[in-house]
Write a protein that binds this ligand. Structure first.
Ligand code: AMP
Ligand code: MG
Length: 432
């Protein structure tokens, strides 16, 4: 349950005005209000991919466990090296990966060694095979010729524990585990880890005009696309989804849907019906079931938004009431909901990657609100990032999101952009 009430959090925000919220204010309130779900399960490391690690992982071994060779070649004592002179060493043994050479190696001696094999105790350096010549059955010559770099003590030796030391924290709680992380867990011999259980997110679309795919499109109707973009974004974020379909603009149906959603999910996302149209019943239903704020955020697209917590039958969920327009849904998700869901997952979330790029398009922009323009970002032949608009930017034009690989974020103070100006872009393509 939240530790602080929404009104407590809101009272700390200076200039709070639900009719004119700034983007950073709304982001801050959401961030301060949502709490991690803190429910943990043990899973095999493969199943932990894309999940949030729930406890630190401390290595119980040194990785690698021995000093070992980084090359196929000869292990030698660096004290034998004399600068500028060819070194002829007697081969006293051979060691493969997975083996240990137990014998001694005296001055003037060496051991043939394969990549990954443990270093003989007396040796500290490996000379790669391709740097040697004049090999006989039991000697090898290492020329000091200028075509090869001189051998320095410690060359081509990987040190015990250089990847991770016994007792060192390998992965911190809160990390969303990526392929490298589950590989790292395997390298430590870890079989299972504790992860946060998947976040359950219920969503539905509201609107009498909405038809689901597979249904005929009646006059004046549109197909419901928001449930599909939400499905995609939530799935990429690793959520367990509960798709509740389309709910009519009807207070009874609406209440039943909100109740069911918050009884079964950690978070509920709705689209449509949060503005002031005559059929916008979501507001009254949300208020009836919980602690809700209704905002007009100084942004485009996506101005109206509801946020809070609703409850039914003693079970509660955070609620994000997004606007209906398809682009507004996606923008609101990336810039408000995503961070909140990651926080609920217990993830130490990194913000979406952002960079500066030169705008190839002139962009009209009114100061006083944040605008999210859909952009296509590409590097030019000099490797400089250039971004252009996708074309028509209406909040109902989902095509503009489909064509885009980034969002150009123009913050409140920004005025018109001339072609050639630098702009800030946030990437979403290919990311969670
Ligand atoms: P609303 O916020 O309910 O007034 O909806 C704003 C606009 O978004 C209207 O043109 C709706 O038809 C459209 N819209 C609402 N929900 C969806 C949806 N799920 N899929 C596609 N368009 C929608
Ligand atoms: Mg509607």
């Amino acid at each position: 349950m939240p530790q602080r009430s929404l009104s407590d959090i809101v009272s700390c925000v200076s200039d709070y005005d639900p009719e004119a919220m700034t983007v950073p204010q709304a982001q801050q309130i959401i961030h301060d209000y949502v709490q991690p779900i803190a429910s943990v399960e043990r899973v095999a490391i493969r199943s932990a991919l894309d999940r949030t690690l729930a406890a630190d992982i401390t290595s119980t071994i040194d990785v690698p466990a021995n000093d070992n060779s980084a090359m196929d070649g000869y292990a030698l004592r660096s004290a034998d090296i004399v600068a500028g002179e060819t070194l002829v060493l007697r081969i006293v043994g051979s060691v493969h990966a997975g083996q240990q050479f137990d014998g001694g190696v005296a001055a003037g001696e060496c051991v043939r060694i394969m990549t990954g094999a443990a270093m003989p105790a007396d040796c500290d350096t490996v000379v790669p095979q391709e740097f040697t010549e004049g090999r006989t059955a039991d000697t090898v010559a290492i020329p000091a010729g200028s075509s090869i770099s001189p051998i320095r003590p410690g060359d081509n030796r990987r040190l015990r524990g250089e990847d991770l030391r016994n007792g060192q924290v390998a992965l911190r709680a809160g990390k969303i585990l990526r392929p490298a992380d589950i590989g790292l867990l395997a390298s430590l011999g870890v079989v299972e880890v504790s992860v946060q259980r998947r976040l359950r997110v219920a969503f539905f679309s509201t609107g009498d005009e909405l038809r689901s795919v597979g249904e005929p499109l009646d006059p004046g109707c549109v197909y419901d696309s928001n449930r599909y973009t939400l499905y995609g974004m939530l799935t990429r974020l690793g959520c367990e989804i509960i798709d509740m379909g389309v709910v009519k603009d009807d207070p009874v149906a609406m209440e039943a849907a909100f109740r069911s959603a918050c009884e079964h999910a950690d978070a509920v996302i709705t689209s449509g019906g949060v503005s002031v149209g005559v059929a916008d019943y979501t507001k009254q239903t949300m208020t009836k079931l919980g602690d809700m704020l209704f905002w007009k955020i100084g942004m485009r697209p996506g101005r109206p938004m509801a946020f809070g917590r609703i409850a039914s039958q003693g079970r509660g969920a955070y609620l994000f009431g997004l606007p209906g327009n398809p682009v507004a849904v996606m923008v609101s998700f990336y810039f408000f909901v995503r961070d909140a869901l990651l926080r609920m997952m217990g993830a130490t979330a990194s913000p979406l990657p952002r960079l500066h790029a030169t705008s190839l398009s002139a962009i009209r922009k009114k100061p006083g609100r944040t605008e999210y323009q859909r952009g296509i970002l590409a590097a030019d032949s000099d490797g400089e990032w250039k971004v252009k608009l996708t074309g028509a930017q209406g909040s109902g034009i989902l095509r503009s999101m489909s064509d885009a690989n980034c969002i150009i974020v123009l913050d409140d103070a920004q005025g018109d952009i001339a072609a050639g100006d630098k702009v800030r872009v946030v990437l979403f393509d290919g990311l969670t």
